[in-house]
Design a protein around this ligand. Structure first.
Ligand SMILES: CC(C)(COP(=O)(O)OP(=O)(O)OC[C@H]1O[C@@H](n2cnc3c(N)ncnc32)[C@H](O)[C@@H]1OP(=O)(O)O)[C@@H](O)C(=O)NCCC(=O)NCCS
Length: 155
């Protein structure tokens, strides 16, 4: 998944070793915090289709962050949305946070399209250049979306 040019069109591509290291970091984050970008398996088919979940605050934004990446064969089926809605439901129940944010590039229409389908709102005043990317990297300019914890239903 992490070396498929279609999947990584708006992300820095990873070597096998970098992808393995990222998985190790995910496992360590899950152990320390109890949540991460979780692996997604389809219930019936049992195949691995990607990841989605909420990461604890980290540089450069220092807020809880939802993120996703699906293998190409799993796009266009509503699976990312289903996984993101399940991740929000888990987060609102288990994390004491008023908001969750997401970041992407303006060119990643599929990712910010999903943010909008989920009811997230863009904060244009918080557009930023990602500090981990080179100045001439076209992926450097980032946009930020946020969602607020839903109000409890009236009794
Ligand atoms: C971003 C990404 C996760 C979005 O995945 P996705 O499958 O497009 O998103 P959704 O789960 O919301 O699915 C929406 C599509 O499923 C279709 N769909 C089919 N059945 C559906 C259902 N039951 N419910 C909802 N949508 C359904 C929708 O019509 C829509 O189709 P379209 O893409 O033709 O408009 C995916 O494109 C991806 O992994 N990209 C590469 C990695 C990446 O860039 N990650 C983000 C970095 S910031």
């Amino acid at each position: 998944m992490a070396c498929d040019p279609l999947v990584m069109a708006h992300l820095p591509p990873l070597t096998r070793a970098e992808s393995d290291a990222a998985v190790e970091r995910m496992i360590a984050t899950e152990r320390e915090h109890g949540h991460v970008f979780w692996a997604l398996d389809r219930k019936v088919e049992g195949d691995f289709i990607g990841f989605c979940g909420v990461l604890p605050p980290r540089a450069p934004i220092f807020e809880y962050e939802i993120g996703w990446r699906l293998a190409h064969h799993a796009w266009g089926l509503g699976l990312a949305r289903e996984a993101a809605e399940a991740s929000f439901a888990w987060a609102w129940q288990n994390l004491p946070v008023p908001t969750i944010m997401a970041i992407t590039n303006l060119s990643n229409t599929r990712s910010w399209g999903l943010m909008e389908r989920l009811g997230m709102v863009r904060y244009p005043a918080e557009d930023f250049d990602h500090p981990d990317l080179a100045d001439d990297d076209p992926l450097k300019p980032h946009i930020l979306y946020r969602i607020h914890r839903p109000e409890p239903a009236a009794a």
